[in-house]
Design a protein around this ligand. Sequence first.
Ligand SMILES: Cc1cc2nc3c(=O)[nH]c(=O)nc-3n(C[C@H](O)[C@H](O)[C@H](O)COP(=O)(O)OP(=O)(O)OC[C@H]3O[C@@H](n4cnc5c(N)ncnc54)[C@H](O)[C@@H]3O)c2cc1C
Length: 409
Amino acid sequence: MASVIVVGGGAAGLVAAWRAASQGHAVTLLEANGRLGVKLRISGGGKCNITHDGPPKALLAAFSGDQARFLRPSLHAFGNGAVLELLRREGVETYTRENGRVFPQDRPGSAAAVVAAFETLVRRVGVAVRTGARVTALEGSAPRLAALRVGEARVEADHVILATGGASYPETGTRGEVLGWLRGLGVPVKPWFPALAPIPLARPRPAWEGVALRNGELRLCAGPAGRRLAAFAGDVLFTRTGISGPAALELSQAVERARRGGAAWLAHASLLEAPEAVDAALQAEARANPRLRAATWLQRHLPERVVEDLLAEAEIGRDLMLKDLSKGGRRTLVGLVTALPLGAPQPVPLARGEVAAGGVDLAAVDPRTMALRGWVNLRICGELLDLDGPVGGYNLQAAFSTGYAAGTI
Ligand SMILES: Cc1cc2nc3c(=O)[nH]c(=O)nc-3n(C[C@H](O)[C@H](O)[C@H](O)COP(=O)(O)OP(=O)(O)OC[C@H]3O[C@@H](n4cnc5c(N)ncnc54)[C@H](O)[C@@H]3O)c2cc1C
């Protein structure tokens, strides 16, 4: 029996502590917050999208190549089925939505029920849970971590598992400081980088707050010619300061990289209507219904609340009839419908991401055990690793799988 300290009582740390104690080790779980699983409680808007349905291969395909290769062994050892079975035995029944996302049965506080289940699990196997215990320093050097500092106290153990999460939503306890300490110890790390976050716009549209653009894709373009750098199909939602919604979150990491690299701008393009088809339809409409207002026509394609502003910006009178539309005006309308320009992004906030990209370099970690290469008693799991999947339950699954591998000592 070995002594094990797990730092971080989130998704990865809870599973790591449960697994290590289940194998007979003496486990202490140190959590900075006053209670466990604070980020888990707000996950999925409080409903907790626990994991994603499907075989390991399909789940891995959601991650980038390096991340998928790294996750393969741990996902096979402790996949979505294993997580759901564990929770089911603790009374958390789940269901799968049409899009493959798995949630606890709908009832108020369903995310809290997931945390309660993990808390029961770790306490049942004898984990000593210490909340309000923020680790403030790591002591030692490769190949051995000598101790941890928790305020004035110095804590030692045979094995230390770091599961301190990412650097987004710092109010949930994840300030990301451990990555800096590891870098100081010579561990290869990639700096934190924003991901799955809303995108502020240089020219926000506060009057459009709450408006959704559907049936399209968000495009990231560069230069005046609009070279397409990346795109993501899905809804876009206007916020007071910019855009959010599935497509904005998924594209946010690429947007921030492009923004830092130079000029980049965004557009929302219709996937239903090609420019030539829209132009032909507009001309046909003008012949069949010459007195139709341009504004009325535009409202068929774009949300009512945005139409007036767009027409004013294009200097097209709101009462202008299709018969009086110039060739240039027609081109403008077709352009707005097929690729609505959203302008340049502002810095994407790391703090508002559902996940933080960056973390401990995967090449420095054994993917079967989560042991840090060159160290004999230090393991890393969860979002502290350089892992970031898309929205859909992938990030929690990655935390559960890597936590399980780290706890298998
Ligand atoms: C708003 C929001 C919604 C999300 N929804 C989903 C979802 O529905 N599905 C999904 O798959 N993913 C979701 N995610 C992502 C997911 O929550 C994280 O990827 C996951 O929680 C990472 O697990 P973790 O255990 O690595 O880190 P965390 O769950 O963040 O846990 C880390 C813990 O370590 C503690 N800690 C940090 N530093 C120290 C220290 N120095 N000393 C002691 N303790 C420390 C923190 O207080 C924290 O409790 C969401 C994220 C956010 C922000």
